[in-house]
Design a binder for this molecule. Structure first.
Ligand SMILES: CSC[C@H]1O[C@H](OP(=O)(O)O)[C@H](O)[C@@H]1O
Length: 381
């Protein structure tokens, strides 16, 4: 079950964005989400009291973005355990909610493993749920720390790639606090550049069809006081040819062992444009997005989403409703992959919290992860 209530957020003081939190009101533990379907026109919290509601929130992108999906999945296992539902069944529902972001299954697995370790150790169901909660909170905290470290590594990389500062950075989709336990991934690097006085402009791809750029990145850039300009996805080629892009910064939903990058659809064409125009193409992702169990991009399951997302325009209506207004003729066939895969040879560098890999190679990624093996990387479970 899920319920909405308005957030009394004062736009003036712009507190840090919290996309998700665990709460324990008297009526029982809940997961509270900032409903990203309603942004930017409405800052509304969605309160999930059970796993089916959280699965629906994940499927409809009320909560989204690879690292945050992992955190949501971990808390989802806890929600099941504390409310007496089968944790394994809940884990299967959560991990299957969206297939491409490897972080979701990772977060679910990590909380479930903590729960089972406690049960196998003879602890009560209540104590086992608390063990899972501690693991979910650790993942949440680690992701916030990873954001800070990626921002620092990414800013240092920009100083190398684009001497002289005053960066004009192009980003795609949304990779800020709305996808993270902290300030995000690629957007966190742009925010660090902004705070360092080195961001001349953030070019924001609208990111059709769900407009994560126009709705969410523009919202976050505005809150951060950045100079940003929105562009239609189709205008990116013209922008590159104008010479006004110093580097591309994007996130990732899955990086395979060879360095192939699954990310929001539209990322691959940007990589091709960047290569043609000799512009650095930088991927920023925490180690929880690295998937050494998948050899290369051909092994990535790319989520295919409903055609209505392309045939219709979602128009914010009264009282927080979102109307779906058809644009294409009824019966129109639609191709709507949520992601695409960029081959490693088109990626200038991958920035993680443990450092930078450039050029992007299987060996380089493995060596980077070896440095984090005892940390929160995929290798730890
Ligand atoms: C760095 S995670 C953000 C990542 O997730 C987005 O996908 P979605 O909005 O469908 O969850 C997109 O791929 C972003 O790059």
């Amino acid at each position: 079950m899920a319920d909405h209530h308005a957030l009394s957020m004062d736009a003036v003081d712009c507190p840090a964005l919290a996309a998700l939190r665990w709460d324990e009101p008297p009526e029982g533990p809940v997961i509270v989400l900032l409903d990203q379907r309603r942004l930017p026109s409405q800052e509304v919290e969605l309160v999930c009291t059970d796993v089916p509601a959280l699965v629906e929130a994940i499927r409809t992108l009320a909560v989204r973005g690879a690292p945050l999906l992992g955190i949501a999945g971990a808390y989802g296992v806890v929600l099941a355990a504390v409310r007496g539902f089968d944790a394994d069944e809940a884990a299967g529902m959560l991990a299957g909610a969206r297939p491409t972001a490897v972080n979701l299954a990772y977060g679910v697995r990590r909380a479930l493993a903590a729960y089972h370790r406690a049960v196998d150790g003879g602890l009560s169901a209540e104590r086992a749920a608390k063990a899972a909660l501690a693991e979910a909170r650790a993942l949440h905290r680690e992701d916030a720390e990873a954001s800070e470290r990626m921002a620092a590594h990414g800013l240092a990389l920009l100083e190398e790639l684009v001497p002289g500062g005053g960066y004009q950075l192009l980003t795609h989709c949304n990779t800020g606090a709305l996808v993270s336990g902290g300030e995000g991934t690629a957007f966190a690097v742009a925010a660090a550049a902004h705070r360092a006085g080195q961001l001349r402009r953030l070019w924001v791809d609208e990111t059709r069809p769900l407009l994560q750029g126009a709705r969410l990145t523009a919202y976050e850039a505005s809150r951060a006081g950045m100079a940003y300009t929105l562009l239609a996805d189709n205008a990116a080629g013209s922008l590159f040819s104008s010479g006004e892009v110093d580097a591309v910064l994007i996130g990732a939903d899955r990086v395979t062992a060879d360095g192939s990058v699954a990310n929001k659809v539209g990322s691959y064409p940007l990589a091709v444009l960047a290569r043609y125009h000799h512009v650095p193409f930088v991927v920023v992702a925490p180690s929880t997005t690295l998937d050494f169990g998948t050899a290369d991009g051909s092994g990535v399951e790319v989520e295919q989403r409903p055609g209505q997302e392309v045939t219709d325009f979602a128009v914010p209506g009264e009282a927080g409703t979102v109307a779906s207004v058809p644009v294409a003729p009824v019966g129109t066939q639609v191709y709507n992959p949520a992601f695409d895969v960029t081959p490693p040879e088109l990626v200038t560098a991958i920035v993680t919290e443990n450092g930078v890999v450039s050029p992007v190679t299987k060996v380089g990624l493995a060596q980077l992860c070896a440095r984090s093996r005892s940390g929160n990387g995929m290798m730890s479970i």
